[in-house]
Design a protein around this ligand. Structure first.
Ligand code: ATP
Length: 612
């Protein structure tokens, strides 16, 4: 809840901050924390609150180029912008949609106020980022990464004191900020509800992001209140290969996670109980006796190919020559009935490599059964693997279960995260490997099986053996031949990998990466390896526009923060655009200054940057 601040307190705060240069303690009592933080940032940038903010509105042509570039965002936000517009007409406000930099794309609302707002340049084509326009709801919400209201004199620049604004950043399903929604009105009028309305609208917009582009993944809809399931208040979690790859804030909140869980956490780690795949709503018991309601939207067939699909996509992992040779040897091991261990950090493609070995082996016609030993609760893993007889234990299905070991008969059993297998089960597995037969729980007759074993781990099994948590005899049994998958950061030709993966993941060949962006991606050290790279490329593709290569500005901050590689040797044209970008960055976003430094005129700079 925002602390209520009287105009008198704000005036006192302004006097202390701007006239007496007091930037700290006494002010905290007069102003909300985020406003004070923002004032300090602006003062540090050398913005002069008493001057007029420096404005560089876009020309009509530049504006239409940038609006076109954000066509998808504008389309997705349209229903909310229109419904807020109805409200704004009555309350004397305007509704504003900006891009992630704070550039106003649309401003709709009450004509009287719109005319006054235009006097302080609250109109399309003007940048309301905090670094150029001082403390304001749009710019400060984008910097702080959360909804914020800025009333009257809380604005940094004196002329903006006529405004009262409420804004919230819009995040896409990958946690990237793609824009901001704002409602602004005259400071003299009480707009207490505006922030709530904006917040709600952004929730609806962010929920709509899941309507497109996820049909080939498992989408879980969740709510603590069953009646809210199916509404924009529901949480959404998207899984690919059982791993969380996209979400909305409500979904992350319900499972106590944050954006860092994307690409890192599995369904079983986030929820104690998961709904079945029948599409029905299930009550899910969670730790502490809490109940959530959830349903899986089953994976639907892939949508129709994009307008101009590329040539048929390659299957299987992208591999350096050394790993390709190692996989070839692994195929021979499988033929000779020797188990293979695949080692590598998370996301290096261990499961993909296992599937490739299966595809190349003589067992390709048989099943490939993957079991993640870390994801199945310890109490279930035994029955999952070995199966059980009719009525073997309370709650068992009446007709018993064959178990995954028998399901893999004639093919390959892939035990992922084998280092997480409980000790007692390691002994049973060892017996199966020695005797080549499996006895279901409940004392059934042992059944002969013909299964080739592939195991994978990100751990050092020898250390686990030393620590006593992994059986030495099992280790020797499964680790005769080990394939080491190196982390992405150690692979040669990372730019080539980035390009190849983009080519595979992005069907629409009009979408391309700029050379500078590609170089940044190649220079980053990718702690989540291929999985993280693939996730980032998909996110970039979702934000990309046809005919304009994806620029560095669209990269997530952690990638931008990493030291860049030596500049790519590219075409003269690409280098020119890159130099322009760097100049604008060096001038703190001031395009005129950058243009002067480069010796070109401002409109050239805009044209080249927006059409690059
Ligand atoms: N060599 C590769 N070439 C292309 N894509 C890859 C490659 N390796 C992994 N990927 C991509 O990364 C994702 C994760 O791969 P995979 O599940 O095989 O990794 P993993 O090492 O088994 O991960 P974990 O240790 O977390 O289980 C895959 O869905 C695939 O999109």
């Amino acid at each position: 809840m925002r602390q209520e601040v009287s105009p008198r307190a704000v005036l006192a705060a302004r006097r202390q901050f701007f006239q007496q240069g007091l930037h700290d303690r006494p002010l905290a009592a007069l102003l909300p924390e985020p406003i004070l933080r923002s004032w300090k940032r602006c003062a540090e940038r050398g913005l002069d609150n008493a001057a007029l903010p420096r404005l560089e509105p876009l020309t009509a042509h530049e504006l239409s180029a940038i609006a076109e570039r954000h066509e998808r965002l504008r389309r997705l936000c349209r229903p909310e912008v229109e419904s807020l517009y109805a409200d704004a007409m009555q309350t004397g406000c305007v509704v504003i949609l900006t891009d992630a930099e704070g550039m106003i794309l649309d401003a709709l609302g009450n004509a009287d106020f719109a005319a006054r707002a235009a006097q302080v340049a609250l109109r399309p084509g003007v940048l309301w980022g905090e670094s150029s326009t001082g403390t304001n709801a749009v710019g400060t919400a984008l910097v702080e990464g959360r909804p914020i209201a800025v009333h009257g004199g809380e604005h940094y620049y004196d002329p903006h004191a006529i405004l009262s604004c409420s804004a919230a950043p819009i995040l896409d399903p990958y946690g990237h900020t793609v824009g901001a929604l704002d409602m602004s009105g005259p400071a003299a009028v009480d707009h207490r509800h505006a922030l709530g309305l904006v917040r709600l609208a952004v929730e609806q917009i962010e929920h709509r992001f899941f309507d497109e582009g996820f049909s080939d993944r498992r989408v879980l809809r969740l709510q603590a209140d069953r009646a809210l399931l199916g509404t924009s208040r529901e949480g959404v979690l998207v899984f690919e290969d059982d791993r969380l790859v996209a979400a909305n804030r409500a979904g992350l909140g319900l499972v106590g996670a944050d954006w860092s869980a994307l690409g890192a956490r599995r369904a079983g780690e986030l929820l104690e109980q998961l709904p079945g795949s029948d599409g029905d709503t299930h009550a899910l018991r969670q730790p502490g006796g809490r109940t959530l309601f959830g349903r899986f939207e089953g994976a639907r067939p892939r949508p129709q190919p994009a307008p101009r699909p590329r040539a048929p996509r390659e299957e299987g992992p992208l591999l350096a020559a050394e790993e390709r040779a190692a996989l070839g040897r692994a195929v021979r091991m499988v033929a000779a009935d020797v188990p293979v261990l695949i080692r590598g950090e998370t996301g290096t493609g261990k499961e993909m490599a296992a599937r490739e070995i299966h595809r190349q082996s003589a067992r390709a016609g048989g099943p490939f059964v993957a079991v993640n030993c870390a994801a199945i609760p310890e109490t279930l893993i035994e029955s999952e693997l070995f199966g059980y007889e009719d009525g073997a234990f309370t709650g068992a299905r009446r007709q018993g279960r064959r178990g995954l070991l028998r399901e893999a008969d004639g093919g390959i059993l892939f035990l992922d995260e084998i280092g997480d297998m409980p000790l007692a089960l390691q002994s049973r597995l060892l017996r199966v490997l020695q005797e080549r037969e499996v006895a279901p729980l409940g004392g059934g007759r042992p059944v002969k099986i013909d299964v080739a074993l592939l195991c994978a781990t990100h751990r050092d099994l020898r250390l686990l053996v030393e620590a006593g948590s992994f059986r030495q005899d099992l280790y020797f049994r499964i680790a005769h031949y080990t394939v080491e998958l190196p982390p992405l950061r150690r692979l040669p030709d990372r730019a080539g990998i980035v390009r190849a993966l983009w080519g595979r993941l992005v069907a629409d060949e009009r979408l391309t990466l700029s050379e500078a962006c590609e170089a940044r991606l190649a220079a980053y050290d990718w702690p989540g390896n291929f999985r993280q790279l693939a996730g980032t490329l998909k996110a970039l593709a979702a934000l990309a526009d046809p005919f304009r290569p994806v620029g560095e500005d669209m990269l997530p901050p952690d990638i931008l923060a990493a030291p860049a590689a030596s500049p790519p040797i590219g075409t003269l044209d690409a280098l020119t655009v890159e130099a322009m970008r760097q100049a604008v960055e060096a001038c703190g976003g001031n395009v005129s200054q950058a243009a002067r430094r480069l010796g070109v005129n401002r409109s050239t700079l805009y044209r080249r940057l927006f059409h690059a």
